[in-house]
Design a protein. Structure first.
Length: 136
């Protein structure tokens, strides 16, 4: 792990400095839910929707890219009792007999942004035309 104690001490000092800084100003922590700048900077930079016509409540699958840095796949557009909604990826756990979310937005604003993006693409599909030179 660490080759000698000097590296370990340097690492511990850096961690301690970081923790002290976060205690003084929690809004400065990029991982903190109090960091409004990080929340407001989330943008959907790409999204894809793939219609699924096999019956049942799932109408499409989709993916989104956030800030060009992070991709969430296996999103589903689902027909519920109150209309369409977006379901985030989850995994079935046999021990609890429940689905547990794998990836999901913490803030309501990011959930709304992702939902709006996917539902808009689902309801208004863009048909890409094949360039003439590719038509045989």
């Amino acid at each position: 792990m660490y080759k000698d104690n000097e590296y370990l001490m340097d690492d511990l000092c850096i961690q301690a400095d970081f923790l002290q800084l976060m205690e003084k100003d929690p809004g400065n922590n990029p991982l903190s839910p109090h960091n409004k700048e990080a929340e407001m900077s989330s943008q959907v930079t790409d999204s894809k929707v793939f219609p699924y016509n096999e019956g049942g409540p799932t109408k499409a699958f989709g993916s989104v890219t956030l800030n060009g840095d992070f991709v969430i796949r296996n999103l589903r557009v689902v027909e519920g009792r109150n209309g369409l909604f977006v379901s985030f990826p989850s995994k079935w756990k046999e021990s609890t007999k429940k689905n547990h979310d794998i990836a999901f937005p913490i803030t309501a604003s990011l959930r709304a942004l992702i939902t709006q993006e996917l539902l808009t693409k689902y309801e208004n599909p863009v048909v890409e035309e094949v360039p003439e030179e590719q038509v045989a």
